[in-house]
Design a protein around this ligand. Structure first.
Ligand code: ATP
Length: 231
């Protein structure tokens, strides 16, 4: 689903963000992406969504070599990726319905189909019946769920989440992670960038760790854990 081969990213101005990164997220896999602040997590997600392009190496998404995709085709690639942000990027002056419907409106679905799909997505995230609410009337956890409903409403095969639980308490964070698990159980590939090591420890998924732009291998992780006293 996602393949990075010797991928490096140097921003204009010379800032090295990623150095020779290799990893493969298989179709249907769920994994965490972690690392210190500035390690390159957001840059890695931006390369997947083609907000940024690699300086060297190969990025392959869903069988497509990103370097070969023309700018005009990037929106089509992005339709296959549901993106979830820490601050959910909701339109606060629009209803919950309008927020979740947005990707379907852009894709030109009929009104009837949009109503059906939005109701289904809100049902999945536990917000059925809140269509007419304004996001400002909702709690932080509920707002995050609206962002998740919007990300999954067109049933993308890949979900990317950038610090999706950053503003939530441990119980709500766990609820959001369980929600990702239900999408993953239905076959969606999921990659979650997070600082929350406690949350990662409570789940059984593979963890990709970046350190100063490099992806650590299993051996390097063992020595980090040993240095931390076997935590
Ligand atoms: N647009 C940019 N131009 C120049 N340098 C950038 C740009 N975006 C990120 N960087 C640099 O690239 C490196 C990696 O940043 P990135 O945002 O990917 O890290 P991160 O792991 O997501 O950090 P955080 O957890 O704090 O969000 C940092 O040194 C950062 O300053």
């Amino acid at each position: 689903m996602i393949q990075f081969e010797q991928v490096s990213k140097i921003y204009p101005g010379g800032q090295k963000a990623l150095t020779e990164v290799n990893f493969h997220l298989k179709q249907g896999e769920m994994a965490f992406l972690t690392g210190h602040s500035g390690a390159g997590k957001s840059t890695l997600l931006k390369l997947i969504t083609v907000i940024e392009r690699a300086s060297a190496g190969r990025v392959v998404i869903n069988g497509h070599d990103i370097a070969k995709i023309k700018a005009a085709h990037v929106p089509y690639l992005r339709r296959n990726i549901g993106m979830i942000f820490q601050n959910h990027h909701l339109l606060m002056d629009k209803s919950v319905f309008d927020n979740v419907a947005l990707p379907l409106v852009i894709e030109g679905f009929s009104h009837g189909e949009i109503r059906k799909r939005v109701a289904g997505a809100l049902d999945m995230v536990g917000l059925y019946g809140k269509e007419r609410h304004s996001p400002v009337m909702l709690s932080g956890g509920e707002q995050q769920r609206v962002g998740i409903a919007r990300a999954i409403v067109n049933k993308p095969p890949l979900l990317l989440a950038d610090e999706p639980t950053g503003n939530l308490d441990p119980k709500l964070s766990m609820d959001i992670l369980r929600l990702f698990e239900t999408f993953n159980d239905a076959g969606t590939s999921v990659l979650i960038a997070t600082h929350d090591l406690g949350l990662i420890a409570r789940m059984k998924y593979r963890t990709l760790t970046l350190k100063q732009g490099r992806m650590l291998g299993a051996q390097e992780l063992d020595s980090v854990h040993a240095a931390l006293g076997g935590e």
